[in-house]
Design a protein around this ligand. Structure first.
Ligand code: AMP
Ligand code: MG
Length: 304
């Protein structure tokens, strides 16, 4: 059986990294505003229109999630990646604010611990995949295992030298493992949506300065963000290689212009709602016998 990817609204396809195509991130404008689609040229109007769309999507998402849970057939896995300050946390907060917390689980992956490093690199992610009927959000993911550790191989788990990152084809092997893992999930009823929140280096500088200029945002600031910023170009190379190798028809990457948060959040919300709606789910239909039993139960209660 061939596996098929998420069905998303047509205009969203422009954000999808075309499978098997070599991705050059320079060609993707981080500050893009979809003026044409919105039929406007004004920033203020675009912002208002996109915020309205986000509100509409929040409502639709709440309904789509209810249907997802009621039908209990599919699960949704949302993967969020992006440089530090790219807006992963804010996107989760804004996009998911209308959904039932019981139908949704967010997992934020940090530096792996000893137990995690003692297993294969997919182990810690596999353990927390969403069950049928649920939306699972990975704030960072197994893609860190071909990103941060690609830039800093010393932060990787210790592998025997014969199979470690010093060998040619090591990273290609990881991409293949990821593609196979995702294919397995899709074949078993998981819809996978992957978002790369693409910001410019200048925008990151602005956001870091904002955190350093506002006492209430100090807690968000991390010195490692400044240290990692020095590796910006190496990260871009790692991202390009990863996006080129792992955007597939069944689990596509969306390259989301993220310099404007109101653009990024709406694109992500649109993609999620349209993918769930594309499943054409329906509430379970009960057989007549069951309906009679339910009616009997109702009558019994009313006569109490
Ligand atoms: P934050 O998301 O800002 O809380 O930071 C989490 C940190 O964990 C980031 O610096 C990531 O690079 C790091 N991290 C996440 N996953 C991995 C991984 N698999 N291997 C090494 N570092 C990771
Ligand atoms: Mg951080």
């Amino acid at each position: 059986m061939d596996v098929s990817g998420p069905m998303v609204r047509k205009y969203l396809r422009q954000f999808v990294a075309e499978p098997k195509k070599k991705i050059r991130l320079k060609k993707y404008d981080t500050a893009r505003v979809p003026y044409k689609e919105l039929s406007t040229e004004s920033d203020d109007e675009a912002k208002t229109l996109l915020q309205d769309l986000l509100d509409k999507n929040r409502r639709e998402l709440a309904r789509a999630q209810d249907l997802l849970a009621a039908s209990g057939q599919y699960s949704i896995l949302i993967v969020l990646q992006g440089m530090d300050t790219s807006g992963k946390d804010g996107t989760i907060r804004h996009v998911m604010s209308g959904v039932n917390p019981q139908g949704c689980a967010v997992h934020s992956f940090k530096v792996p611990g000893a137990e995690e490093h003692a297993h294969d690199f997919l182990w810690r992610y596999e353990k927390v995949l969403p069950e049928r009927g649920m939306i699972g959000i990975f704030n960072r993911s197994y893609y860190e295992d071909v990103l941060v550790v690609h830039v800093h191989p010393d932060r990787m788990e210790l592998l025997p030298s014969a199979i470690g990152p010093g060998n040619t084809g090591f990273w290609e092997g990881r991409y293949k493992d990821i593609n196979a893992f995702e294919k397995h999930l899709v074949r078993n009823g998981t819809v996978i949506l992957k978002f790369f929140l693409h910001i410019s280096k200048d925008e990151q500088k602005r956001r870091l300065l904002d955190r350093l200029s506002n006492q209430e945002k100090y807690w968000k600031f991390s010195f490692t963000d400044i240290a990692e910023r020095q590796y910006w170009d190496q990260y871009l190379v790692a991202y390009e290689e990863m996006l080129s190798a792992t955007s597939t028809g069944y689990a596509p990457w969306f390259i989301v212009p993220a310099d404007y948060k109101w653009v990024a959040r709406t694109v992500v919300a649109e993609a999620i709602t349209s993918a769930i709606e594309g499943l054409h789910l329906s509430y379970p239909v009960f057989p007549e016998e069951k309906i009679r039993e339910l009616e009997e139960a109702k009558k019994g209660l009313e006569q109490e």
